[in-house]
Design a binder for this molecule. Structure first.
Ligand SMILES: [Zn+2]
Length: 72
């Protein structure tokens, strides 16, 4: 997985961020396939100054779509 570097909050210009699991229970991204449902935990990067969620992401995108299944 590629590293994404956020240097400044686009809303307030803040430079401090908190990375947090969105929720322990419902914060998951689900992908339904023909045979089963895949899930990956959703994380958010939150600006410490204004509280804006700058980014949502999964730490395990391969869980949702293994590379070999991606469309070119
Ligand atoms: Zn901010």
């Amino acid at each position: 997985m590629k590293e994404v570097k956020i240097e400044k909050c686009p809303y307030c210009g803040g430079e401090e961020f908190i990375e947090s699991n969105v929720s322990c229970t419902a914060g998951e991204v689900c992908v339904a396939t023909n045979s089963w449902v895949r899930m990956a935990v959703l994380f958010a990067t939150v600006c410490r100054d204004c509280g804006s969620v700058v980014r949502f992401f999964c730490k395990t995108p391969e869980k949702l779509y293994p590379k070999k299944e991606r469309r070119e």
